[in-house]
Design a protein. Structure first.
Length: 585
């Protein structure tokens, strides 16, 4: 009787009747979006009576002039739209070839940017959420409030999506009804948890797999997985990987000989995008409602899986399972119990990375190793504390209030925040890649040069300008410096002058490079010992190699160059030019 009353409750929220070939057809599951790409998307919905499936769509709500039809008679409607334009806003209506069943300005979506795009986008990550709790409603409402100004583009489900067993009616009541308004326009990318499997890892016939459409054949980038259990996708310049830490086909996720981990290594090795985010349900580090010291499966994930994630330089790992929020240091090499964590040994960076001017808060920049691990499992369920809480690997922990994560990616900048159920951001951190650059530009006097800081953010130039880009035209060799307002980031631009027309500023000597041979070898011969400065730059002036050679007359230096293209080798004695030679790789 209780289940019938619950079913009646959600039907009143989304029931829509139409007349279809003499029968009343009801929409029993509102539309939701799957597998968005730069040129396509899949739209799903459910009806109580079978029919074919039609989606009308267009870039204007009043002009839904295009349509795609799936002729199969079904109550589980799945329609994939193709040949769409990248990063474009579309409206859509669902129904059958006979009638529309739902037409609304609330039905819209945006295709993803082209792969590799540096356009800004937002991620909403939510774990352990489908509980039907007041906390779930509060967390969702906080997202709705911030989404009025900046909605998400990517929605990550971190497992335990529908409590307590992941049954169809539980998904309907605690997920599809709870988030109907969001599901209509925000595609979700899921991973399952133990409750989605009803704690039966070897059961493949769970509702979770019936309700999702995910890229099994690398339709959105990555390496084909051939399975709904694990998959990867690209969105702009981020590579995402979803793993199933609960289910077992041949092996569980913690068994590195299994199909999932073998695929994972291939997929991460093939990735060329700058950012990598991996998400699965069971955390390797937690002291919340689950203690990673005392759980065998969590211990095995920590021991067996984290070394692989670190080896392939994953940036961020998002999990749930523990009904708290925890965020680790940028860390590596810790596979033991919590009391063996040593900041000096295991933390690659000890910065809080909050980037707010507080002590020790500079962002993490240009990391070459280490992973940040986040437990984000209080989207619906809440609370728990194991002995030894908080885990010593965590910079921030909170088990008293629920929340979800917002992650903003803007080119080479990633900002994450934990948005609590009270509407405040109680934790945040920032990462940058490919910042802190040195440029050596070679030009003629009074020639205009455009200088651009290597990061999106705020700027203080040595000439007190505050824009990201400035224009200069020096008449003598000049250096320009730009920092951020907290003094955490610095770029230096050295502009040198071409004085080859003035014999007094040209130093007698010989400079040669072996053409066509890699790596490039430069040789410099001088008539007497001098101090020589050598700069190697790419075609944009970015310094790839610089070195000073004191009191010498003979130099031979071999320089490895990263990519095909034109490079410049410039050698000077003080202000006098020895030579400037281009090298094409």
């Amino acid at each position: 009787m209780h289940m019938l009353s619950q079913r009646s409750h959600w039907l009143t929220g989304c029931l829509l009747l139409i007349t279809l070939t003499g029968m009343a057809q009801a929409l029993t599951r509102a539309p939701y979006l799957q597998t968005v790409t730069s040129t396509g998307i899949t739209i799903r919905w459910r009806t109580d009576q079978p029919s074919d499936s039609r989606v009308r769509f267009g870039t204007s709500f009043g002009q839904l002039t295009q349509q795609t039809t799936n002729p199969a008679q079904t109550t589980e409607h799945i329609v994939t739209l193709t040949n769409l334009q990248p990063a474009t806003h579309y409206y859509y209506a669902i129904g059958s070839s006979a009638n529309d069943i739902l037409v609304s300005e609330e039905l819209y979506f945006k295709t993803s940017p082209v792969p590799g795009s540096t356009a800004p986008f937002r991620i909403w990550a939510l774990g352990d959420f489908g509980a039907g709790s007041a906390n779930q409603m509060d967390v969702a409402q906080r997202y709705r409030q911030v989404a009025q100004n900046r909605p998400a583009d990517v929605w990550l489900w971190l497992g335990d999506n529908a409590y307590n067993q992941g049954y169809d009616w539980q998904y309907q009541q605690n997920v599809f009804t709870m988030y109907t308004d969001i599901l209509k326009h925000l595609p979700f990318w899921p991973t399952p948890g133990n409750h989605d499997y009803a704690d039966t890892p070897t059961n493949p016939n769970i509702e979770y797999f019936n309700l999702i459409t995910v890229p099994q054949q690398a339709e959105v980038g990555g390496v084909p997985s051939g399975s709904k259990m694990n998959y990867s996708f690209n969105y702009a310049n981020v590579h995402f990987v979803s793993l199933d830490s609960e289910g077992q086909d041949d092996k569980r996720l913690y068994d590195t000989t299994g199909r999932q981990v073998q695929w994972l290594k291939q997929d991460l090795a093939a990735n060329k995008l700058p950012w990598t985010i991996v998400f699965f349900h069971h955390p390797p580090y937690s002291k919340g409602s689950h203690d990673t010291n005392n759980s065998l499966e969590l211990t095995l994930i920590r021991q067996q899986l984290t070394p692989i994630l670190e080896r392939y330089n994953v940036d961020l790992v998002l999990c749930g399972h523990s009904h708290v929020y925890e965020r680790s240091y940028l860390m590596k090499g810790h596979t033991g119990l919590s009391n063996t964590f040593n900041v000096n040994q295991h933390a690659v960076s000890t910065s809080t990375a909050r980037y707010d001017g507080s002590p020790n808060s500079c962002p993490i920049t240009n990391k070459t190793s280490g992973v940040i691990y986040v437990v984000n499992g209080s989207g619906g369920q809440l609370g728990g504390q194991a002995a030894g809480y908080p885990h010593p690997a965590m910079i921030y922990s909170n088990n008293t209030i629920g929340g979800s994560m917002l992650i903003d990616v803007n080119n080479n900048r990633l900002d994450a925040q934990w948005l609590a159920a009270d509407g405040t951001s109680k934790d945040k951190f920032t990462l940058f890649k490919n910042v802190g650059k040195r440029y050596y530009l070679f030009t003629t006097p009074a020639t205009s040069q455009t200088l651009t800081a290597s990061w999106p953010g705020n700027y203080v130039w040595s000439g007190n300008q505050t824009s990201r880009t400035i224009n200069v035209a020096p008449t003598t060799p000049t250096s320009y410096t730009v920092t951020d307002s907290f003094g955490c980031l610095t770029d230096v631009f050295t502009i040198d002058m071409d004085n080859t027309t003035d014999s007094n500023l040209t130093f007698a000597g010989e400079m040669t490079i072996d053409e066509g041979k890699e790596p490039a070898t430069v040789r410099i011969s001088l008539p007497a010992n001098q101090t020589v400065d050598l700069h190697v730059t790419d075609s944009q002036g970015l310094v790839l190699f610089e070195k000073q050679y004191p009191n010498t007359s003979q130099i031979q230096e071999t320089v490895s160059l990263p990519n095909p293209g034109r490079y410049w080798f410039t050698a000077r004695v003080g202000t006098q030019l020895i030579g400037r030679i281009s090298f094409v790789k």
